[in-house]
Design a protein around this ligand. Structure first.
Ligand code: C5P
Length: 257
């Protein structure tokens, strides 16, 4: 505590779990409590950041000092995260986003019938983390004239977030967040699956949880390994979600420095 190493930075954190409506009373959801995302938001506020917390179906009280945007579905979460990311130095996707949603949402409650129930057909949701990485990659290319090297435009110092000096026509909306962090819950081959996921999604850091053994979902404790885009890894032993959050912000602050 007491560090102000995120002062002047704007960070976006997504938390909780999305719900995909089947009809007005039913949804497809998941067991995410939002505890880890809220711990990330609280610790970022404590370290001086301006925090936008995009919360999907979380029942916890708003963390003091954070701007909270409440959403329900994956598509709502996407819109809120992408909008906030325009002015962000870092985005941390701690939310459990539904991979699929029902093709149709019934306007009226689906009735029990004596006949066999209709199967619920699913369609893929957007992958927000992958999209963030893709937007950033495309904009960096535009700024650099295609050679892949990103040069911050003059007038856009760290944390100003105003995109001043950005070549508007080449890359509308600024260069995108400098640090993108994903979370992944894996049950097996944790490191190999994590590495593949980090590459696939184009993020800078991936926090990989081992699921099971009463860890992660709905518990105050977590244990994880953070994989870096450069091939490094940082072990976070089992402990409070606040401790894991602080290690994530240590790594984010290093990358922003
Ligand atoms: O692919 P998987 O769901 O394991 O990836 C988890 C990471 O990707 C999390 O950071 C989660 O917030 C993000 N995600 C996303 N959009 C999806 C699915 C996952 O941003 N549709």
């Amino acid at each position: 505590g007491g560090r102000e190493d995120l002062a002047g930075r704007h960070v976006v954190v997504s938390a909780g779990g999305t719900r995909e409506a089947i009809d007005p009373v039913r949804f497809i959801g998941n067991r995410s409590s939002g505890l880890q995302g809220y711990a990330l938001a609280r610790t970022a506020v404590a370290r001086g950041a301006e925090v936008t917390l995009v919360a999907a179906n979380v029942t916890l009280p708003d963390p003091a000092g954070a701007k909270v945007v409440r959403v329900e579905s994956a598509r709502q979460l996407r819109d809120a995260v992408l909008a906030a990311a325009e002015h962000a130095d870092a985005v941390v996707m701690a939310a459990a986003v539904a991979d699929f949603r029902p093709v149709r949402q019934s306007d009226t409650k689906i009735k029990k019938s004596s006949a066999e129930p209709d199967p619920i057909q699913l369609v893929k949701n957007p992958d927000i983390l992958a999209e963030l990485g893709e937007i950033r990659r495309a904009r960096r290319e535009a700024y650099a004239g295609g050679d892949g090297a990103y040069e911050a435009p003059a007038g856009r110092g760290p944390g100003t977030g105003d995109g001043a000096g950005a070549p508007e026509e080449a890359a509308p909306g600024g260069p995108g967040p400098r640090v993108i962090v994903g979370f992944a819950a894996e049950t097996d081959d944790v490191l190999a699956n994590g590495r593949a996921k980090l590459r696939r999604k184009g993020c800078d850091l991936l926090v990989v949880n081992q699921v099971g053994e009463n860890l992660a979902f709905g518990t105050p404790d977590n244990a994880a390994v953070v994989l870096t885009a450069e091939g490094g890894s940082v072990d976070i032993p089992r402990g409070p979600k606040e401790d894991l959050a602080d290690v994530v912000w240590d790594l984010v602050a290093q990358r922003l420095a």
